[in-house]
Design a protein around this ligand. Structure first.
Ligand SMILES: [Zn+2]
Length: 109
């Protein structure tokens, strides 16, 4: 078995698990119950972890997860200031905290 992904967001781990399972890749989630019942996760070693049971399928699983994890900032969603890490509403073109301008999207038409 090999760990492929971990996140504080156990809903995301569960989503990736169901995606991989639907691709025929056997997975196991560790710490899932812990995260779900704790409510607040205090320590990083409590993060839900997604494991691939069959290591031969690890690379396939990795590609699938990459395609789902690639950042795709939609208009109307919040963005994260890269300087102070504050979450900024999409209505603002600069960080409300440190006035750093919103990062431009790579592809603009
Ligand atoms: Zn900022």
């Amino acid at each position: 078995m090999r760990k492929i992904f971990e996140s504080i967001d156990f809903a995301r781990v569960g989503l990736l698990q169901s995606i991989l399972e639907s691709e025929g890749i056997g997975t196991l989630v560790k710490n899932y119950d812990l995260a779900a019942t704790a409510g607040v996760i205090a320590a990083s070693d409590c993060y839900p972890e997604l494991w691939i049971i069959d290591e031969a399928k690890f690379e396939q699983a990795e590609r699938i997860i990459e395609s789902y994890n690639s950042p795709a900032p939609e208009s109307g969603s919040t963005w994260i200031c890269f300087t102070c890490k504050n979450e900024v509403d999409s209505n603002f073109d600069a960080c409300w905290n440190c006035s750093v301008p919103r990062p431009k999207k790579e592809k603009q038409t």
